[in-house]
Design a protein around this ligand. Structure first.
Ligand SMILES: NC(=O)c1ccc[n+]([C@@H]2O[C@H](COP(=O)([O-])OP(=O)(O)OC[C@H]3O[C@@H](n4cnc5c(N)ncnc54)[C@H](OP(=O)(O)O)[C@@H]3O)[C@@H](O)[C@H]2O)c1
Length: 302
């Protein structure tokens, strides 16, 4: 299979490329970096600029699937300028891909990233893919619009899969590193009362399920999370236990983080319990079902 990947240089994309190559697939990478090359085998690099609506159309030649991961970081200060970049980098890039596919002969299977931030924060409720309730907050609005752009591919008769990705845990970046580093020094702390649900997923399971969706041609929205979310307090305490360090600090008050991070602070105080109902129904073989095994594995990799 030939797979076109956008955002291939990021946390998820880098590991996805290695995995797909190890399975014998060939890759086309679309990057905003110029110049950027790779010495990976079976890989061709193409440039694009969603902002300028420029794309190298050769990137679509012979492509069976697209994995669209591109987007500027959501965990940056939510200034007006950054908010515009967070939204536009996703909408424009997905729109540009749509226009390019429309003009080409290919009808690739689209796997588009989204996020569980589409669901409203709730300390009790559990969401599965069939729940059509959406957050009106900035991050919820971004992913809702992003999903809307991705769904346009259905009009081109392309199989379309939308992955509502949870908190990706990896020793290479994302949330795990800034949460586990202070914990390692005995300075680990949760945010607020720590009762917020964290719908996490181990990076290996996320990569595996992208391949699973490609192989099994799963379509529609899929919660890309592990089946057993945990309270944030339990996540921090598990890290401390696995690192064999004490955890004694109280929760970090919301007003402090609001002063430090601005509107973006809500990302660490929101509570979202997203159940991966569809993956469970399809029998996706998770490697990491519980947080202890996941955290122990990531610590052992360091
Ligand atoms: N990591 C998580 O916990 C998580 C959770 C939920 C959803 N997601 C979503 O999944 C996607 C991939 O996540 P990730 O953690 O791998 O992200 P990442 O490490 O930030 O990588 C995203 C990639 O997007 C490209 N990009 C950055 N700014 C861009 C712009 N202005 N226009 C177009 N492309 C741009 C970059 O690739 P090039 O430099 O090669 O162009 C970058 O490497 C993101 O869209 C993210 O929102 C991630």
């Amino acid at each position: 299979m030939r797979v076109l990947i956008t955002g291939a240089t990021g946390l998820i994309g880098t590991q996805l490329c290695s995995y797909l190559l190890s399975k014998g697939h060939s890759l086309h990478i679309l990057t905003t970096r110029t110049p950027w090359q790779t010495d990976r085998p079976q890989t061709r690099v193409f440039q694009w600029s969603p902002q300028k609506m420029q794309i190298d159309h050769r990137s679509l030649e012979g492509v069976d699937a697209i994995v669209n991961l591109a987007g500027s970081k959501i965990n940056q200060r939510w200034t007006t300028k950054n908010k515009r970049s967070i939204l536009n980098s996703r909408i424009q890039s997905t729109g540009l891909l749509f226009d390019a596919v429309k003009q080409s002969k290919q009808k690739p299977h689209l796997i588009n990233a989204s996020a569980i931030g589409i669901y409203p924060s709730d300390f009790q409720r559990q969401y599965s893919e069939s729940d059509a309730v959406f957050s009106n907050d900035f991050d919820g609005e971004v992913v809702r619009q992003w999903e809307g752009e991705a769904k346009q591919f259905e009009k081109l008769s392309c199989k379309t899969t939308i992955l509502r990705i949870g908190l990706v845990l990896s020793n290479k970046g994302g949330a795990f590193v800034p949460l586990s580093q202070p914990t390692r020094w005995g300075l680990g702390a949760w945010f607020g009362n720590g009762q917020q649900w964290q719908s996490w997923i181990h990076i290996d399971d996320l990569i595996g399920l992208i391949d699973f969706c490609l192989q099994n041609q799963l379509e529609g929205c899929i919660n890309a999370t592990a089946p057993n979310p945990v309270r944030q307090r339990d996540l921090i305490q598990t890290m401390a236990k696995e690192l064999r360090v004490p955890q004694f600090l109280p929760g970090i008050p919301k007003f402090l983080m609001s002063l430090t991070l601005g509107g973006m602070h809500k990302l660490v105080y929101d509570s979202i319990y997203a159940k991966p109902q569809r993956l469970l129904s399809c029998g996706y073989p998770y490697k990491f079902l519980d947080i202890t095994t996941c955290v122990a594995d990531l610590i052992a990799r360091n």
